[in-house]
Design a protein around this ligand. Structure first.
Ligand code: ATP
Ligand code: MG
Ligand code: MG
Length: 262
């Protein structure tokens, strides 16, 4: 007997990961749409189960925040793990949505994701896979999702960082001292990609330069914005602002005024 089949009507596949699949579904009893993510392979190994459980437990603990993808329930079925979550409109997959990002737009996204990061860091959790793919939009609200790499800031759990493209140099050197600042760096690369309108090549000098703290001049963008991006990607993690410090930056006040006057 399948809980998935009996409780939900599958509408369509909306995502295909390495180890998981995501479907848009209708919950029969309440008539509402949700996203259900499930592993594509049976989780036999203890390490696989632990990792999958961490994703669920992080989402369950954090998903009540407005800027985090909402959580509803989870269960095991045929040794596969199912997660029922809030259905979002789309993710910030660069290639589809980049053209729309002015500086004011990107500051609004940054402000909302910084709020999500402040919240998760305060709960002692690092996301470790912040990137455009994992930032969702629903009714104009930005939401951090995909806690598949989430871990504890105190390093009491194994660490398996996400997409290498968004990782700072210290992680590539296997130094895991300031995991909250890893998320800040990844958000820096993410924002940089959004304003430039395309993802950075995985290997190449551009990423190497950014990791060394060399940010190319960005014509048409305020110095205040460029300086902020630069410090978020500082090679020294202790110099990067925390999410809380980021939120105190006056640039977000200015951004909100600009948006209002539009
Ligand atoms: P894997 O770890 O197996 O590589 P993944 O961790 O990348 O997969 P997710 O990012 O959680 O998996 O989801 C994969 C895709 O499914 C997303 O890129 C997105 O397109 C879609 N998706 C996931 N969750 C949602 C959601 N809540 N609402 C809308 N779409 C979603
Ligand atoms: Mg993902
Ligand atoms: Mg993932």
């Amino acid at each position: 007997l399948s809980r998935y089949r009996s409780d939900f009507h599958e509408i369509e596949k909306i995502g295909d990961g390495n180890f998981s699949r995501v479907f848009k579904v209708l919950k029969r009893i309440d008539g509402c749409m949700y996203a259900v993510k499930h592993s594509t392979r049976q989780l036999h190994k203890d390490t696989e189960r632990r990792k999958a459980l961490m994703e669920i437990q992080a989402l369950a603990a954090l998903g009540s925040h407005e800027n985090i993808v909402g959580y509803y329930s989870s269960w095991f079925e045929n040794e596969k793990l199912y997660i029922q979550m809030e259905l979002c409109d789309h993710s910030l997959s660069i290639n589809k949505f980049s053209n729309l990002f002015t500086e004011a737009d990107v500051l609004e996204a940054m402000h909302q994701i910084a709020k999500a990061l402040q919240f998760i860091h305060e709960q002692g959790i690092a996301h470790l896979d912040v990137k455009p793919d994992n930032i969702y939009v629903k009714n104009g609200v930005y939401k951090l999702g995909d806690f598949g790499c989430a871990t504890r800031l105190d390093r009491s759990l194994p660490i398996e960082e996400g997409d290498a493209r968004y990782m700072p140099q210290e992680i590539l050197n296997e130094n895991y001292d300031c995991l909250d600042k890893v998320d800040i760096f990844s958000m820096g690369i993410t924002i940089y990609e959004l304003v430039r309108g395309s993802s950075l090549p995985e290997s190449g000098t551009q990423l190497l330069n950014l990791r060394e703290g060399k940010l190319p001049l960005m014509p048409g963008h305020s110095m205040q914005f460029q300086n902020l991006l630069k410090v978020m990607m500082d090679p020294d993690p202790t110099r990067r602002p925390s999410a809380r410090e980021l939120l105190e930056n006056p640039i977000f006040e200015r951004a909100r005024k600009d948006t209002k006057n539009k």
